[in-house]
Design a protein around this ligand. Sequence first.
Ligand code: GLC
Length: 455
Amino acid sequence: MKKSNDLIAEAWDKLDKAIIYYHGRPIGTVAALVPGSDALNYDQCFIRDFVLSALAFLISGKPEIVRNFLIETLALQSHEPQMDSFKPGPGLMPASFKVVTKDGEEYLTADFGEHAIARVPPVDSCLWWILLLRAYVKSTGDTALAHQTDFQQGIKLILEMCLAHRFAMYPTMLVPDGSFMIDRRLGVYEHPLEIQVLFYAALRAARELLLPIDNNYSCIHSVHQRLATLTYHLREYYWIDLKRLNEIYTYKGDQFGQEVANRFNIYPNSIPIWLTEWLPDDGGYLAGNLGPGRIDFRFFTLGNLMAIITSLACEEESQKIMNLIEQRWSDLVGNMPMKICFPALEGIEWQIVTGHDPKNTPWSYHNGGHWPVLLWLLIAAAQKTNRIDIARKAIDIAENRLFQDEWPEYYDGKNGRLLGKEARKYQTWTIAGLLVAKELISNPTHLDLLSFDME
Ligand code: GLC
């Protein structure tokens, strides 16, 4: 078995090899180091994937690539008025981009989901972009970049798109199925936790980044208003623990009017059988989704861990989420931290919800697979809640196995024992995720890059 230092040196080396250059400057990293014909779009730089590389670069004192990335992706942001409904709307950031050479000239092409395999626009890209800008400013002190007119306008364009009042009566954002890390059908449409937590964090970041000038006044005002209602809504209605489960269990259905306990008309029979035994007495979590007549009771990892890191969850709730992870360790962590969501959709439910998707079969890929990129979130949340033993245990499980298995994208099986059936090897965010996790363990102050205080 290799020594930890050798493994880490190898990981940094691989991360360097993943760098994409544009006009001689580093601007991003490929999603995976895969040989040509197998590449599909894994030779592109995905915005969400690059966040991990960016954190690793910021922590190791190499902010230049992050700066270049922020500038180039801002230039790719869609400005098109929606005359042509087949084009992305203004404010949208691409899922990924790539350097192409034509007639000896290099230029960038962006994919807003029109080429990506599952064909969904990425709502999370613009939210991650704002969070990364804040992390860059915090790490370097380069506020001048965020204060540039084009950056202020870029932030406002994103906010205008996200804050627009459309066919919704909730402060959460209404989005299509698969518009984030889970980028194909999995019944994660409407108001998925994963997007709402990023939305909340991006609003908090935007509030810090927008200059208090006349031009920004109405936008800042809308951000304040939306943050207040969104925070209340998520804390109040998404939270599930035994007390709340009992409330839902005794809900009356079909009530009319404003002042009703069952505000979303949830029928108690929709509580899944597995949950009543699975939820520990001192555990809790934020539900995967909430809309009219619907709570998605699945546990989604990114949303719950980001809720801890960004202080959307209060101290007590954060501890309860960590209790749940500790007590349901084999389901949620198992042989590779950590499972993307629990439980998997099976049988006819899988057929209908995913449209028979052969990649998202039960306990594989997005449908209950284990994604090592989520390790850093577990470490960060463990640090924020002072549950260091959990952080150490998770790193020990992941470290050697990731090297031996050549940095796979994901693992399969109920407990993550199998290599992901179609997992790419040398997946960049797997590599960067472990590096960030190790850096967080040795220096917890790096957590400041993404965390927010309780308010
Ligand atoms: C897959 C994942 C997505 C990721 C992309 C590149 O499409 O579902 O989350 O960004 O691969 O790694």
